[in-house]
Design a binder for this molecule. Structure first.
Ligand code: MN
Ligand code: MN
Length: 465
């Protein structure tokens, strides 16, 4: 009898099966997977908001010899540049030697904002022995997940003078942290019988920030005053200065290995830093004949709006300025450009099997996942990339030995989720979604596989080659 049956041989020839990247990687590749994760985890802890991620990207770019670009600056092949938009989004790019009109720009678009609890403009009050900050959450969250966990405060306070004060409290082990109260189970009968979306309401997401009364009999709100005094002592601000502040409560815990074998990473904000970091490092690390551009944008979680979201003309302007500086027709450049819209997708979770269609879901550790289309219920709102473009990207990945998979976010009639893909495609740029599968997406602590992270990095390198 032959070692392998005829049917088995034929199946290997004709069939398609996903591969677990850990399983296919040799010893050196496995080491690379684990080593790369360390840099990513340091980035996660350094950059919990879009401002911090933007600062991190600028420092990392400068360390690799990239210099700041402003509209109107001359450009030539070999230039390594970064462009900062309002301190909240950044584009890192290399100018290649290939003809821009013929070769276009290769874009990797990711986002650096993440769901969180934003502080309102007139936030501070006290009640029943406690001082709180009122909030309005940012992005799609399960509100109940954000109670009873340690929170850190990140952001800026802008004074009337224009001076900007950075706030970052709760990350150093010596710092205090903050907290959102929940109800004890003993009194939670009615709460627990309600719908999960309602068991904590938006106006109950108040952040606990103090409990010490100011020593003065004449004052009525002593705890609030004491918090104001502390803020004034540390930052030189008054209550009115909070009107022009941008403060966010984010989970105070850091990125950690998950599991006895350390295969996975738990952290706040994998969505979408797990794509932003590989996009950034790919462009920083690798020389390429193409003009390549890593976009780290803001506001994806609230619809890509505003001056820092990808719908803002600033990114189109930048690409037009690059084209102008190189004497290229912008319409021709766009027509030959291509984009990986790099955002996370849902990893198949056997604990919630009912919402997934397993055969077309991203399986953890089987590599970065390409979503030809997003949307749901008739592909509504989806970019839906052309088969020709998907075929081209597939060829690039095959040539570089990238382990990857395709994915759809949930069952047809259940799922749904948009990305920046459709906004880039509007510019006449072929675009497809590609990103890392995430467990518990949008929770305060999300989980990804180190194999998928590294696969994403390798996919970007292949795209740039
Ligand atoms: Mn995302
Ligand atoms: Mn998201």
């Amino acid at each position: 009898m032959a070692d392998t049956s005829k049917g088995k041989k034929l199946l290997k020839e004709l069939g398609y099966t996903k591969q677990n990247y850990f399983e296919t990687a040799d010893k050196a590749e496995r080491k690379a997977i684990f080593d790369y994760a360390k840099g990513y985890m340091a980035f996660l802890d350094a950059a919990k908001t879009e401002r911090e991620a933007c600062d991190y990207a600028v420092s990392a770019a400068q360390a690799k010899g990239f210099t700041e670009y402003n509209f109107g600056d001359p450009l030539q092949a070999g230039d390594k540049k970064y462009f900062v938009n309002r301190g909240k989004s950044v584009v890192v790019f290399r100018v290649g030697e290939k003809d821009l009109e013929e070769d276009g720009i290769r874009i990797i678009a990711s986002h650096i904002d993440a769901p969180r609890i934003d502080i309102k403009q007139n936030p501070l009050y006290e009640d029943s022995g406690m001082a709180f900050l009122k909030t309005h959450y940012y992005g799609g969250i399960k509100k109940y997940q954000w109670t009873a966990i340690p929170l850190a405060l990140h952001g800026v306070i802008v004074l009337k003078s224009g001076e900007k004060i950075d706030v970052r409290v709760g990350e150093d082990p010596k710092d205090p942290v903050f907290y959102i109260n929940d109800l004890l189970p003993h009194l939670g009968g009615d709460q627990m019988a309600g719908k999960a979306g309602k068991i904590i309401e938006g106006e109950q997401l108040n952040v606990l920030v103090g409990g010490l009364p100011y020593a003065d009999e004449e004052v009525s709100e002593k705890i609030k005053l004491n918090v104001l005094a502390a803020l004034n002592k540390q930052y030189g601000v008054t209550e009115e200065d909070l009107l022009s502040a941008e403060l966010s409560a984010v989970p105070a815990f850091g990125a950690r290995d998950i599991g006895f074998d350390r295969a996975l990473i738990g952290a706040y904000g994998h969505d979408d830093r797990v794509c932003a970091y590989p996009a950034l490092t790919a462009v920083l690390d690798r020389e390429t004949p193409h003009t390549v551009l890593a976009m780290l944008v803001d506001k994806e979680e609230i619809g890509s709006e505003g001056t820092t979201g990808i719908q803002c003309k600033v990114y189109e302007d930048l690409m037009e300025e690059i084209s102008l500086a190189l004497g290229a027709n912008f319409r021709k450049v766009r027509a030959h450009s291509m984009c990986l819209s790099s955002d996370v997708t849902a990893a198949y979770d056997p604990n919630f099997a009912g919402v997934y269609e397993k055969q077309n879901s991203a399986i953890l550790s089987c590599g970065t996942a390409m979503c030809k289309f997003t949307g749901a219920r008739g592909k509504s709102g989806s970019n839906d990339a052309n088969a020709e473009f998907v075929g081209l990207i597939r060829k690039m990945f095959a040539e570089e030995g990238v382990v990857w998979q395709t994915a759809e976010l949930g069952k047809v009639d259940i799922g749904g989720g948009g990305t920046v893909a459709k906004f880039v495609a509007q510019l006449n740029i072929d675009t497809v979604d590609l990103g890392v599968p995430v467990i518990s997406m949008h929770a305060p602590y999300e989980v990804i596989s180190k194999a998928d992270l590294y696969s994403n990095y390798k996919a970007f390198l292949a795209f740039m080659k």
